[in-house]
Design a protein around this ligand. Structure first.
Ligand code: SF4
Ligand code: SF4
Length: 273
């Protein structure tokens, strides 16, 4: 979709329609896990910098790899391992190696840490990476080194950067750099520009309906990332309980402080005031 069309929709369409039109990617039934919410970077657009959120990141008790394996094999859905930076979690390869072999696994990473040990110790076949370069990482050399390792290991990967005002020049330069080395690199729109609910300029009350399975570092499910980083309104505890319905509806007073990368296009929000 053209950028100008997206901007028109973002500025003029009602909330529920805006979300559907702007994000045509449908939720595929995956389970998103956050083994740690801590990160090697501090990007200005990150949900971890939520004003009520950052202080909680170290409060989570991390689950062991064995516990994650037990939960994920029980749920038995495709797995997305994200964060924070998942390579900060000790035992990432144990989780991946312990999953049911038929389960696809995607790892969302900023590639600031060396992936060679992980690749050498991971046997999984249906593994893919979603790699984000952020200017806070500095020179893109390290990212490139890791990309070369992924390519040589035969792993599928997607690379991108966020075309945010704070890093437009750096990601554009990074794109040219990766292209020179034979790698595709996409520039994705800053979701805060598309979704007012992530603008952090107001707080409003909405009825929010979201179809997603998101599990925080301690094994608790939350409705959205914004709530997870604030430890707000936890849902079922997957360490002890079975997964309930995919779709969760709540009355939320934090519309305006939603997480920009949180499948907002698939989230139905109805303003209540
Ligand atoms: S790399 Fe991702 S998780 Fe880490 S601070 Fe940046 S946006 Fe947040
Ligand atoms: S309105 Fe935003 S912060 Fe509230 S539950 Fe929905 S996605 Fe989360």
């Amino acid at each position: 979709m053209l950028k100008s069309v997206k901007r028109f929709i973002a500025d003029h369409m009602p909330v529920w329609l805006r979300g559907r039109l702007l994000n045509s990617r449908k939720y595929g039934g995956q389970v998103y896990i956050y083994p740690t919410l801590e990160c090697t970077l501090h990007c200005p657009y990150c949900v971890n910098l939520h004003p009520d959120g950052g202080k909680h990141l170290k409060d989570f008790t991390l689950l062991s790899p064995e516990k994650w394996i037990e939960i994920l094999n029980r749920i038995n859905r495709p797995v997305v391992i994200t964060g924070g930076e998942p390579f900060l979690y000790k035992g990432l390869e144990k989780i991946v190696n312990g999953l049911n072999p038929e389960l696809p696994v995607s790892i969302y990473t900023n590639l600031t840490l060396d992936v060679s040990k992980f690749l050498a110790s991971t046997k999984k076949e249906n593994l893919s990476f979603y790699c984000s370069y952020h200017s806070g990482a500095g020179s893109p050399e390290k990212f490139l080194e890791n990309l070369i390792m992924l390519r040589d290991a035969g792993v599928n990967f997607y690379t991108h950067g966020i075309y945010a005002s704070s890093q437009k020049e750096e990601v554009s330069e990074a794109k040219r750099f990766f292209r020179r080395h034979g790698f595709r690199f996409n520039l994705d729109v800053d979701q805060r520009k598309l979704y007012k609910c992530a603008s952090k300029k107001f707080r409003k009350k909405v009825r929010c309906t979201k179809r997603m399975i998101l599990i925080a570092p301690d094994g608790r499910r939350y409705q959205c990332v914004s709530k997870a980083v604030r430890m707000k309104d936890p849902l079922e505890d997957l360490t002890k309980e079975d997964l309930k319905d995919e779709t969760v509806t709540s009355i939320c007073n934090d519309y305006g402080y939603c997480a920009p990368c949180d499948a907002l296009g698939e989230t139905k929000m109805v303003l209540l005031e």
